[in-house]
Design a protein around this ligand. Structure first.
Ligand code: HEM
Length: 506
């Protein structure tokens, strides 16, 4: 009976809001026929960006859909993206939706930097991220950590494949690299490879991180059909809560460790200060804002946003490279011409390696880690592509579709790094925007664009690469938030003779 009551209540709300909205808002974007209650949910399949692309092909690049009771604007053309991210609309769309169970539970009730609505709290979080973690100066100061971790990856690989080709699995290699880098920045600890202090703690942390990533990629139907929250999704909520509790416990342990280090006689040197240290010192002056909960949330988002995205990009890049060996040869020639024999390339070499940048851009074009960016939401009525968009409409930018659109790119399914020659660092009129744009654009771009070129460059410089068999590497996309590869990449690698001396000294 209770379920029936809520269902009828929801049905009346749904019919009323749809009727009210269509009366009130004239000139909405095109929309396929809807089914009562579910709206267009029946048209959506995974992966969502591909499904939305097929609807767009039929109804046009500015679409108005209903995900159950939630109105959604889907944009897949550079000029409409420009409408969303310039002039007044950049502020209008600087909001994030406020109905995702994941944002509520994992985002500390929408207070973390990625989930918070546009307002003073979000502005402050962006300010802290810009000043204390991701500013050019801070990013530069983590150079030693990046180099260290890249060397450690090269060393592990060279131990596996020194004289002859050996098969290696690269997905976990890349994940461990980015995870170690982020954890050293945040807490001064590494959880993979050598010098891991507490293996048990590392294992617990790894498990909770992996589980959280899997859950973050799962969709919750109750977000779009709220009456289902009262019946079917309790199990889902319980699963999230169990992970959230363990994640909070793990993060709190890190905070306590750094806190006791600060209190001890041992003085943490300025250059060894971790992000947790910085936040703890802010806590001393503003304890009401910089609570432990805030610190857990802030540092967690950095781990979550900064690992899978960069690791996945490197895995796609390496997959594309072994499918296109001529590109590896060209990149090796570029590096060999600029970096003297016997020296590992470093970050100051990166600016002199434009072809390496082209490889990374081409990878981000074909396989952007945020294929639909992160959902935005309109805080006021506005106009996009000449259509009226009501407030509280969720905005999805189909960046994957724009970056793979044959009308915008010559042979978009082909891996052609050369297409970016002379274009490095531009978004080319909103048609290439793997890090988003505007107020909510990715604050970690600067860090990612140091980690990825350094790691890929080192792998290209130090090793020769081959596919495991004659067949091309399977490039199928898997399911998950950050456009993962369906199958973890396995490749064969062998230390290049020109690098073997250098690598043996790491
Ligand atoms: C290849 C690597 C990366 C890619 C492709 C990427 C891409 C993106 C995209 C598309 C967005 C959403 C932009 C929007 O909503 O319009 C985003 C947001 C974000 N990214 Fe990244 N990102 C990467 C690495 C990083 C790193 C290394 C960090 C930090 C350590 C980071 C931190 C964040 C945060 C905190 C947000 C949320 C910003 C907000 O809502 O205000 N990202 N990223």
């Amino acid at each position: 009976m209770e379920i029936l009551f809520y269902f009828l209540l929801f049905l009346s709300f749904f019919l009323f809001s749809r009727f009210f909205l269509s009366k009130k808002t004239k000139n909405l974007p095109p929309s396929p026929p809807t089914i009562p209650i579910i709206g267009h949910l029946h048209l959506l399949k995974k992966p969502l960006y591909r499904s939305l692309a097929s609807i767009t092909d039929k109804y046009g690049p500015v679409l108005y859909l209903w995900f159950g009771s939630r109105p959604v604007l889907v944009v897949s053309t550079p000029s409409a993206v420009e409408d969303c991210f310039t002039k007044n609309n950049d502020i209008v769309f600087a909001n994030r939706p406020h109905f995702f169970l994941m944002g509520k539970l994992l985002g500390n009730n929408y207070t973390t930097i990625d989930s918070a609505p546009y307002g003073p709290n979000w502005r402050n979080l962006r300010r802290i991220s810009a000043i204390e973690v991701l500013s050019a100066t801070r990013v530069h100061s983590y150079g030693g950590i990046r180099l260290d971790e890249v060397k450690s990856m090269v060393k592990r690989l060279s131990n596996i494949g020194s004289d002859e080709y050996r098969t290696v699995e690269m997905k976990s290699m890349f994940f461990e690299l980015t995870f170690n880098i982020m954890m050293r920045i945040i807490a001064g600890k590494r959880y993979y490879g050598e010098h891991v202090e507490d293996l048990e703690e590392a294992k617990r942390f790894q498990e909770v991180v992996k589980e959280t990533f899997v859950l973050s990629g799962a969709s919750n139907i109750g977000d779009f059909l709220p009456f289902l929250n009262l019946v079917g999704v309790k199990g889902f909520k319980k699963r999230i809560m169990s992970v959230v509790t363990r994640k909070d416990k793990a993060m709190q342990e890190l905070i306590e460790e750094r806190r006791s280090l600060r209190k001890s006689e041992f003085n943490v040197e300025e250059k060894e200060k971790t992000l947790i240290d910085v936040l703890l010192s802010l806590q001393e002056t503003e304890p009401d804002y910089y609570t432990d909960e805030m610190i857990r949330g802030f540092t967690w988002v950095m781990v979550a946003a900064g690992t899978d995205t960069s690791a996945g990009t490197m895995e796609w890049a390496m997959s594309l490279l072994v499918n296109n060996p001529q590109v590896i040869k060209k990149a090796q020639a570029e590096i060999d011409a600029h970096v003297e024999k016997g020296r590992l390339l470093n970050e100051s070499d990166i600016n002199n390696l434009p072809y390496l940048h082209c490889i990374i851009n081409e990878t981000l074009r074909m396989y952007p880690a945020g294929p639909l960016l992160v959902p935005h939401e309109s805080s006021e009525d506005c106009v996009v592509g000449g259509f009226n968009i009501p407030r509280t409409t969720m905005l999805l930018i189909n960046m994957w579709q724009i970056q793979n659109d044959p009308k915008l790119w010559d042979e978009p399914t082909k891996f052609k790094p050369e297409r970016f020659e002379g274009l490095e660092g531009t978004r080319d009129g909103f048609k290439f925007m793997p890090f988003g744009s505007g107020r909510r654009g990715c604050p970690g771009e600067g860090l990612a664009m140091r980690v990825v070129p350094l790691a890929l460059g080192a792998l290209i410089q130090c090793f020769d690469w081959e596919r495991v068999g004659d067949e091309l590497v399977d490039m199928s996309e898997g399911l998950g938030l950050t456009l993962p590869k369906a199958e973890p990449l396995e490749v064969k690698c062998k230390t290049r003779s020109s690098a073997s001396n250098m690598v043996s000294q790491f």
